[in-house]
Design a protein. Structure first.
Length: 502
């Protein structure tokens, strides 16, 4: 068991952006109510976490939080601190209704999730969701735009604002009128539901890529009122219904499995039960349809329906939280997990929701580097030729197929399109190195670790290339830095040890 400190967490709201400030002169009641919800407090730019220490036994790492900094270290046999790493806390994600996770912004502008989170259920700290394993990502998990999208009003971190549900507000602010602002209640039910599903639909948090944006769609390009399938495609594990898996962001996913929703023929939406500005549950949510259930004389008459039919459960990917299961059933049967499930999923991936095309589904199935998967990525690049992730994936496949000469131009294009894409630059360096181009490979890897100094694999590859070029001292330093960043890296430790005995 991990040690958990039972400490309260203090937070400051000074200098915080105020969601809906421009809308408040006319809509004060709605704005003031929304600011108190979880969405209205989704990001804190001035967190003030309580000081604490925490030991994670599985990874044998100590953590200390003090002020707005977090330190990680291990102890050697003499009790001295080794592999010390320190990061500042730039802001926090989460309202505190369930949890708060801390984020570090690097000098290069990258956002890194920090390994400790604060949990309301514990009134203290424990490992962040997905981190309770011996090989957790520690300070190396980068927050992508896709992840930030559901927590922030925009690319610059700020609490969720009015435009997330009402669309662009500029025209309405200039000349307020009903016709130049979206009121989701006027949408057809499916489009109403998708205003919420843009963030609250996730099939899996790990194991597969649960969704992919359509070609040409930017992270922040979704507009309330458009079909969700025109923005994003969804995939699921083939065994999901058999396992009854429950995750922290499963509200929409589980609701869609409910007989209540299915019997409504799309008429049931999130706001059938929830007030969108307060997040409170409407008192007549269930009796709108179930007027005769538990009538007078029944001991359950007048009681709330949710505890029995929508029980609070422990998500398998965030075991220090308790969430409402939105799959409405007559008689729930489940067992709460006691620890996170890190078992890999190796089964097939199936299309989910609507609009999934055969090529996107085939790409979601890819696990190995073969000529068939190479062909799939080349087809995908025909419809999206400037996709850096697709170019990086194709370059990696060509490397695994031992065709580095072909990989070079593919990866050069990727780094030209996005000079900060560390994987593309690292693969490009490898492609040069395996052909004997150590000088070019070292130059690319030095650029990679300068742009992304927390990328342990880039440091390992730099060490390998320096060693091949005869620079044993430089290789030692690179392996040592990789170990400091990722203490569980057997590859870095093995290569550094081999240097010692050569």
């Amino acid at each position: 068991m991990n040690a958990v400190l039972w400490l309260a967490l203090a937070f400051s709201s000074e200098a915080m952006p105020r969601p809906g400030e421009a809308c408040r002169p006319c809509h004060a009641a709605q704005v003031d109510a929304f600011r108190k919800t979880g969405m209205g407090r989704s990001i804190d730019l001035q967190p003030a976490p309580s000081s604490a220490t925490f030991y994670h036994r599985r990874s044998n790492r100590h953590y200390e939080i003090s002020g707005k900094r977090i330190v990680r270290y291990q102890s050697d046999p003499q009790g001295r601190r080794v592999n010390v790493l320190e990061k500042s806390i730039s802001f926090a994600i989460g309202s505190g209704n369930h949890a708060i996770t801390f984020i570090h912004q690097t000098p290069q502008g990258r956002l890194l999730e920090l390994p400790l989170s604060w949990y309301r259920q514990l009134s203290g700290y424990a490992m962040s969701p997905g981190y309770d394993s011996h090989d957790h990502p520690d300070f190396r998990r980068e927050i992508s735009g896709s992840c930030l999208f559901c927590h922030s009003a925009g690319p610059k971190p700020a609490p969720i604002d009015c435009h997330r549900c009402h669309g662009p507000v500029e025209a309405h602010l200039q000349a307020p009128a009903k016709g130049n602002i979206l009121n989701p209640v006027r949408l057809e039910p499916r489009r109403q539901l998708e205003v919420c599903l843009q963030c609250h639909l996730e099939t899996n948090s790990r194991g597969i890529q649960d969704s992919v944006r359509r070609p040409g769609r930017d992270v922040w390009s979704f507009r309330p009122g458009e079909p969700l399938s025109s923005y994003k495609l969804y995939f699921d594990r083939a065994d999901s219904l058999e396992t009854d898996r429950f995750e922290i962001n499963h509200a929409g996913y589980r609701l869609l499995q409910s007989r209540c929703y299915q019997a409504s023929r799309d008429r049931m939406v999130c706001t059938t039960c929830h007030d969108p500005h307060t997040a409170r549950v409407r008192e007549d949510s269930c009796t709108q349809c179930h007027r005769t259930a538990h009538q007078s004389g029944d001991a359950r008459a007048g009681q709330s329906c949710e505890p029995c039919h929508m029980p609070r459960r422990v998500p398998v990917d965030a075991v220090h939280t308790v969430m409402t299961d939105h799959k409405i059933v007559r008689r729930p049967r489940f067992t709460n997990p006691k620890e996170e499930d890190h078992r890999p999923y190796t089964g097939p991936v199936v299309p989910y929701y609507e609009g999934v095309d055969p090529l996107s589904l085939a790409l979601a199935q890819v696990r190995d580097a073969t000529r068939e998967t190479e062909a799939l990525y080349r087809r995908a690049l025909l419809r999206e030729p400037d996709s850096v992730p697709l170019l990086a994936a194709l370059g990696k496949i060509l490397l695994r197929l031992e065709r580095p000469q072909e990989a070079v131009p593919v990866l050069q294009k990727a780094v030209q399109l996005d000079p900060m894409h560390t994987d593309s630059r690292t693969y490009l360096a490898i492609a040069h190195a395996v052909q004997g181009g150590h000088k070019e490979a070292i130059a690319q890897l030095r650029r990679a670790v300068a742009d992304n100094p927390d990328h342990s694999l880039a440091w390992i590859n730099l060490g390998v290339t320096l060693e091949a070029a005869g620079d044993r001292k430089g290789a030692w330093k690179a392996y040592t830095e990789a170990i400091r960043l990722q203490p569980d890296s057997a590859e870095a430790r093995r290569r550094r040890a081999q240097l010692t005995y050569k």
